[in-house]
Design a binder for this molecule. Structure first.
Ligand SMILES: NC(=O)c1ccc[n+]([C@@H]2O[C@H](COP(=O)([O-])OP(=O)(O)OC[C@H]3O[C@@H](n4cnc5c(N)ncnc54)[C@H](O)[C@@H]3O)[C@@H](O)[C@H]2O)c1
Length: 442
């Protein structure tokens, strides 16, 4: 059957995302109107920011690996160089910071930078524990009238994110009942790596461990290529949260963008048997999100590593979507990946009479290049798509699900107080333990 005919007969509306040209900068780039940027993490994901920040003054570079620092210095030779981000952030002329380090240091560097009045772009995930998410969001909210923040979920610039949001807001699925997001990446690890050799002389391994409990050096934590090395360490609890901080941060962002959600009231999760060293490969978690002014309370779910939501119809094979989201309503189901979407109307007639599409003039405007949006915001109205309130709420919700997984039971959450209700064991897992000498509140 020809694809077009199949879609028509199945009652599915398909749409692919246009790939849109990168933005212009609206005059914010004029000489004398440049940011003084510090880049922390100057290789791997850090390199993906070279282009965007090269329009500004890059005044400081920091990396725990001196070879990676030299790599950054080749591109930005005028910048002062550091191996310890705490010292770097004290450089007086810095007014904006881009953080591309390991997940377990994100909330630290972000919070310290905001406390020094610096704008922050922080790679996803914004935090590695519920407490960290709350601290970073809290500091941002206190400084919202003077700082621009952006969490590095740059797929958000795909026009599909807002096309999905418009479909939901305009009633294409009727009354929203639930949302699910999933990812199929699997990086099984047995446990922390055994001690092996000495760190190379150019690597400040103790600073790499930073605030986390110490684990002996093994070259396996550094075995990945540029931009992929995070897959060498992000499964270990003290360095990451597995797929929640990895593809989960991108894919839940696709779902989250259409929810106008704050924080959940409960979470429950199941998955691989608990391993004290390593986060689970297979996992599903379900959080209850309270009603807001346009939708009722809904269930938000995250599936990974082979766990999948049920397909709404045998014609839709969700397994074919590596990283996707599905929104279920009383009149339809919307399935999306980062660049395309399918609407499946439900009911005997599936006539879509309830759906009132907006006019072209009222489509949500293009956001343009994601990194440039932050740079422009630092110099302008401070508004970004993934500020630390939006992204802080999202990662706190997922990390609460991870706490439910760890205790193996449903937990009730007082989101105003940041406390698990009536479950001391779960409550203790909202935060993680840091090595002496390290504080989130610098
Ligand atoms: N937005 C995306 O699409 C995307 C893609 C890849 C990675 N990431 C994120 O970027 C981050 C880095 O990932 P990666 O694969 O580049 O990892 P990586 O291990 O290669 O680290 C990146 C750089 O940071 C340095 N570094 C690590 N800890 C540091 C510290 N405490 N202080 C200073 N420098 C430090 C490393 O030496 C390296 O040069 C991760 O948090 C990952 O989730 C995001």
């Amino acid at each position: 059957m020809k694809r077009r005919h199949f879609i028509k007969s199945a009652g599915i509306i398909g749409a692919s995302t246009l790939i849109l040209p990168r933005t212009k900068i609206f005059g914010a780039d004029a000489a004398g109107n440049k940011l003084n940027i510090a880049l922390i993490g100057t290789w791997g994901r850090g390199e993906a920011h070279f282009g965007a920040i090269s329009s500004e003054n890059v005044v400081a570079l920091c990396d725990v690996n001196e070879e990676h620092l030299a790599f950054g210095a080749k591109r930005f030779p005028k910048a002062r160089q550091y191996v310890d981000w705490r010292k770097c952030l004290d450089q007086k002329d810095i007014n904006a910071v881009v953080i591309c380090t390991t997940d377990h240091t994100h909330a630290f560097a972000a919070n310290w930078a905001m406390n020094r009045g610096q704008h922050v772009y922080c790679e996803k995930p914004l935090a590695n524990s519920v407490e960290e998410a709350r601290v970073v969001r809290g500091t941002y909210l206190k400084n919202k009238n003077r700082l621009a923040t952006q969490c590095g979920t740059q797929r958000h610039e795909n026009a599909n994110f807002n096309r999905v949001r418009e479909l939901i807001l305009d009633g294409a699925i009727g009354k929203m009942e639930s949302v699910s997001a999933w990812g199929n990446r699997q990086i099984p690890k047995p446990g922390y790596l055994p001690a092996m050799g000495e760190p190379p002389r150019y690597l400040h391994y103790d600073l790499w461990i930073g605030p986390s409990p110490f684990h002996p050096y093994n070259p396996g934590y550094f075995a990945g290529g540029p931009g992929m090395n995070c897959l060498s360490w992000n499964m270990y609890w003290d360095f990451g949260n597995g797929q929640i901080g990895d593809m989960g941060s991108h894919t839940m962002d696709l779902a989250w963008n259409a929810l106008d959600a704050t924080l959940p009231t409960s979470a429950v999760a199941t998955g691989d048997p608990f391993n004290p060293d390593v986060s689970p490969v297979k996992l599903d978690m379900h959080m209850e999100l309270p009603a807001n002014d346009w939708r009722p309370g809904i269930r938000a779910s995250w599936y990974q590593g082979g766990a999948m939501p049920e397909s709404p119809n045998r014609m839709i094979d969700l397994q074919k979507i590596d990283h996707g989201a599905m929104y279920e309503g009383d009149k339809g189901v919307l399935v999306a990946d980062f660049r395309s979407r399918l609407l499946y109307p439900l009911g005997n007639n599936a006539a879509l009479t309830h759906y009132k599409p907006r006019t072209e003039a009222s489509l949500i405007p293009e956001m343009g290049n994601f990194q440039k949006q932050w740079i422009n915001a630092c110099k302008g109205d401070l508004k970004t798509s993934c500020d630390f309130e939006y992204s802080g709420n999202m990662i706190e919700t997922m990390l609460l699900g991870m706490v439910a997984y760890r205790v193996g039971r449903k937990i009730q959450y007082d989101s105003a107080a940041g406390k698990v209700i009536g479950d001391a064991e779960a409550d203790a897992l909202l935060s993680r333990k840091y090595r002496d000498g390290w504080t989130l509140h610098g």
